[in-house]
Write a protein that binds this ligand. Structure first.
Ligand code: ZN
Ligand code: ZN
Ligand code: FE
Length: 757
């Protein structure tokens, strides 16, 4: 049989995922000779064999690669035969200035689960078990190339048992950088809230028991600490809420296995695949009506956010703990996630009774990701563990840093035809979070060998991300917040031409200095026309009005009734104590910014229906308004579309009057809420029809935090489809402010390329 030689190049996420041993095994299987190595360009295989053998090899390589790898491209060329004697693995090389794709942190694989459950296995009950198919990656990497010396595993010297596996190309742990066992690897221990070491023979077993007894535990995990308690114990949950100063915001849960999840929630096959898959995000699921879990987990919600165990420690914990646990990110009120032992034990000592610590350091703290399934599609709500730093292919040569929004911040970098989005950085509202944000930017610059030549940021002058952007002293591109939202969605859906963009949002700085957030754009990747917007209302007291929805109710009622006696009477009947004073402030327009935010309109209606005075987490009033809907109706409130000089304006006064009139009639809240939602669907569809008739564009792009409202998005999509529009929503990247940095970087790239800067 004639022999041939191929030189094969594989590109994508192929480093640190067991690619070379996989190729080695494949070469052995088909009796092929040559070598494999990798560098930042990808994996290279020089291989000799018969044509049939080589073709089978290539097919298997393409269709059945290692589970954590993502192949973007395979190519090969024929070369002159060298007659290699054997097949070998060459060591990896680092090329100066080149990007290496890094695998995200991945949930424990089924082989490793078997190892920790098998009493005969050397890694029985070992909480840091991993292999090339699973375990920590991004969170422990300090620098590249990805090898043990440049991770937080450097401190642990491999024992001979681990070393043998590490150097054996046929072993599942060949070159698994975080490889460890109980004799050489990281360890766990328990501390009390005063930092005293406890002498438990089995700290994980003791943790499980403490949880069963109602204790609140701080547990160090993969990307940071969690606060944890028994989710079936209302007293423990209440205690956690009081200690954490978190009265209402839903807590995430971790369930022992998928059957436990199904006990409490409805789970379809897409949701099940997401829950049990390799990324293991939190999945928002519809709660069963006969649910027996305490209300305190998620007050006034119809859903629960649940994830399954993703580290060996979690699996071992459930051997003795209750079957469902509160598993919430450990931080003090709006401060960043705790991830280091000493700071965590200091800051959380008033919350946690006990600390389950370990000594594998976390280098990049990273939160749990949050997702939801809509119409069988997975939607990202918070993009972090399991997803970061997977890149998006994007045709650009510009090195841009986009600084993102202030709330739910992420940033992006672009280099060599990739965009990388950071993990969720939280709300940039305090020095600690801003410092964490800067620390994460520095880390991205380092691991991706990235030096920005342009900066993109939000137009809001007071955003911490904008202030940071200015300090960098590089060419700066200011991007309007809602344009960024729309473009984030255009990028995901590969849209480049003009579209109709609906941005329904809470807060975003407008070109006229007002707060926008109910916008209809006619736009492309570099510019936009504000075709229509929701009528301006006054935002009394600025940020105060966002935290106190009743203020927006007073503002909208004042506007609907033109500050007449009738309106004032309604205001004083709804808000007898403070309504009148606020009304006079609004009438005098003192300290009132204008806003077209639809989020604020939701707040106002929610306050009128629920007598809402103060929220304790972002979006609470809107969420509770949506959750009132318990009826199917197509009724809607009248509204007016006014033609103004520059844009069409959707007047809200009729809607507000309609809501008040139905409240007066004693109609059910669920009906009024549905009718209010339907009005938005109705006028949005009408505006899209007007834009289509004027501009001849049929594609509607929906983005912005308000589209997390399920009733609104589902019904708006149905209505738009009935009117023959094609529609596009965010899926891979959040529709909330977590997606803004993606829009910013694409807009900036367009502006640079078109010489519009
Ligand atoms: Zn594994
Ligand atoms: Zn070992
Ligand atoms: Fe926004």
């Amino acid at each position: 049989m004639n022999k041939y030689r191929y030189f094969v190049m594989v590109k994508g996420i192929v480093q640190g995922v067991g690619f070379r041993p996989y190729v080695y095994k494949l070469a052995m299987k088909y009796n092929l000779k040559g070598w494999v190595n990798n560098n930042s360009h990808g994996v290279f295989i020089d291989i000799e064999g018969t044509k049939t053998e080589l073709n089978i090899f290539l097919k298997e390589l393409e269709h059945n690669p290692p589970s954590l790898s993502i192949i973007e491209d395979i190519s090969f060329e024929s070369k002159k035969l060298l007659n290699y004697a054997d097949f070998s693995i060459k060591s990896s090389q680092l090329l100066e200035g080149e990007i290496t794709l890094i695998s995200p942190d991945t949930a424990l694989c089924s082989d490793c689960i078997e190892d920790i459950k098998n009493p005969d296995n050397p890694r029985f009950k070992y909480p840091f078990t991993n292999c090339t198919n699973c375990g920590p990656r991004f969170s422990i990497i300090k620098d590249l190339p990805y090898d043990r010396e440049k991770t937080t595993m450097k401190l642990f010297k491999m024992c001979s048992f681990c070393k043998d596996e590490y150097i054996n190309p046929t072993n599942r742990r060949f070159h698994a950088q975080p490889i460890a066992c109980s004799s050489c690897g990281p360890k766990v221990w328990l501390e009390d809230s005063k930092g005293n070491l406890r002498k438990d023979a089995d700290p994980i077993l003791a943790t499980g028991k403490a949880l069963s007894e109602g204790k609140i535990m701080a547990i160090k995990g993969l990307g940071g600490f969690h606060l944890c308690c028994d989710a079936t114990n209302p007293i423990a949950i209440k205690t956690l809420r009081i200690r954490k100063h978190r009265p209402d915001k839903p807590f995430a849960l971790m369930a022992k296995d998928i059957n436990v999840v199904k006990k409490y929630c409805y789970v379809n096959s897409t949701e099940e695949n997401l829950l049990v898959g390799t990324k293991k995000p939190i999945v928002i699921l519809k709660t069963r009506e006969n649910i027996t879990l305490p209300q305190e987990i998620a007050p006034n919600q119809l859903t629960l956010g649940i994830m399954l165990p993703y580290t060996p420690l979690h699996y071992l914990l459930f051997d003795t703990s209750p079957e469902i646990l509160i598993m919430t990110s450990a931080n003090l009120n709006s401060l960043p996630l705790e991830y280091e032992n000493l700071p965590a034990s200091k800051s959380l000592n008033k919350i946690a009774d006990l600390f389950l610590m370990h000594n594998r350091d976390i280098f990049s703290p990273i939160d749990d990701s949050v997702t939801r399934v809509i119409d069988d599609e997975t939607i990202s709500i918070r993009r972090a563990r399991g997803y970061t730093p997977e890149p998006i292919k994007y045709n650009t040569k510009n090195s841009i840093l986009s600084c993102g929004s202030n709330m739910k911040n992420t940033f992006c970098i672009s280099k060599d035809n990739y965009i990388f989005m950071s993990q969720h950085n939280g709300d940039l509202e305090n020095l600690e979070t801003i410092n964490r944000y800067k620390q994460n930017i520095e880390h991205f610059k380092n691991i991706f060998k990235f030096t920005p030549t342009y900066i993109a940021c939000d137009k809001h002058p007071q955003y911490a991300s904008t202030i940071y952007a200015k300090e960098l002293n590089l060419p700066l591109i200011y991007v309007q917040h809602h344009h960024a939202h729309i473009v984030s969605c255009m990028l995901e859906n590969n849209l480049k031409n003009k579209v109709i963009g609906i941005a329904f949002d809470g807060t975003g700085y407008g070109d006229d200095g007002a707060i926008w957030g109910g916008e209809f754009f006619f736009c492309d990747l570099s510019s936009y026309e504000r075709f229509a917007h929701i009528e301006y209302a006054l935002l009394p007291g600025g940020d105060l009005a966002i935290n106190e929805p009743w203020r927006m109710a007073v503002s909208y009622i004042n506007q609907a009734y033109h500050n007449t006696k009738e309106g004032i009477e309604i205001i004083t009947s709804l808000y007898p104590e403070k309504g009148l004073i606020l009304n006079s402030i609004i009438a005098s327009k003192i300290n009132c910014v204008k806003t077209s935010s639809i989020g604020r309109l939701f707040d106002a209606v929610s306050s009128i229906l629920n007598n809402f005075h103060q929220i304790s987490y972002e979006g609470q009033a809107s969420i509770e308004l949506e959750n009132l809907i318990d009826i199917i109706t197509t009724d809607y409130y009248d509204y007016k579309v006014i033609t103004a000089e520059e844009s069409l304006i959707i007047s809200t006064s009729e809607i507000i009057k309609g809501v008040l009139s139905d409240v007066n009639k004693g109609l059910k809240k669920g009906y009024i809420s549905a009718k209010f939602h339907n009005s938005i669907v109705k006028f949005s569809t009408e505006i899209c029809c007007i834009i289509r008739s004027k501009k001849g564009v049929n594609q509607v792009v929906l983005s912005g935090g308000v589209f997390q409202n399920q009733y609104l998005i589902k019904n708006l999509l149905i209505n738009l489809h009935e009117n023959n529009f094609s529609t596009y929503i965010n899926k891979l990247f959040p529709t909330n402010d977590g997606g803004v940095s993606l829009g910013q970087i694409v807009i900036a790239d367009e502006i640079i390329n078109k010489n519009m800067l």
